[in-house]
Design a protein around this ligand. Sequence first.
Ligand code: AMP
Length: 316
Amino acid sequence: MPITVVGSIAYDSVKTPFGERERMLGGAAVHFALAAAFFDEVRVVGPVGEDFSEEDMAAMQQRGIDVSDVERVAGGSTFFWRGEYGWDLNTRETLDTQLGVFEGFSPKLSQRSRESEVLFLANIQPELQLDVRAQLPSVRFAALDSMNLWIDTARDALVRAVASVDCVLLNDAELRQLTGRPNLVAAARELLAWEPADGGGRGPSVIVAKQGEYGAALVTREGFFALPAYPLETVVDPTGAGDTFAGGLVGYIAANTDGAGAPLPDELLRAAMAHATVLASFNVEEFGTERVRRLTREEIDDRLMQLRLMTQFSGP
Ligand code: AMP
């Protein structure tokens, strides 16, 4: 099933203990799309500024990503983010966020993007996520990601956005912050009880708690599942790992279900978690999108096999 994604399309300046990059291609929607494109057709929605290069647009097109709803705003600047990581890469400080063309952006989706059966609301202002959600009212599977900035500055809209999707992906700290619950499983269970204010819709049925180098946990009404992160000796830049994870998860679900008969079976969700974990592991090996841009299907399959061997056990 084709996937429409809205979220930041960005230039990122990033410093880690292993080097730095100025204004590299980034953004939640870009990282998501590059990963999800391994599995299904992806349509990206969002604005870029005059400064956005043709080469960066081509990087998405080369993966077959539909960029016809990426709007170039005359005189505008592309979303910009600057961040710096601590020595163990577990702590990150945002030094600058410039919304640029996302400020006051009002998306007009093409017929094609509105016809997608899967929707991913990648990290961006929750009001914008809600706007796009409303333009795909009968989508079969909708998922959302967000971050602390929006929990701090736009909580009410974010609560409505969360209630409007089937699946929520958040870092463990963000889940705690959003719900005010210190226990992760309790926080996830609380989100499972959130319902759209208008009484319509379904409310979330799948919660994914991302835990960085410790992996990710899946909480549904029926069950629980967790996977460690794929163990790597070289991690260079975690930027976009969460979005790449989401691309693996949502991409796999889109390609392997017709979306009918919700809730999605646990077996499908577990396989999706494995694909997500593998995609994210490649993302962190190099800066920004560098590694995923030259990733192959064979490399994904090989690492999936390794992850399977690593996480199975036998005995009574
Ligand atoms: P992640 O490391 O998965 O949290 O995602 C990092 C990406 O999110 C970077 O490529 C940034 O451009 C983008 N980003 C950072 N802050 C924001 C924000 N407030 N809203 C949307 N995207 C953001």
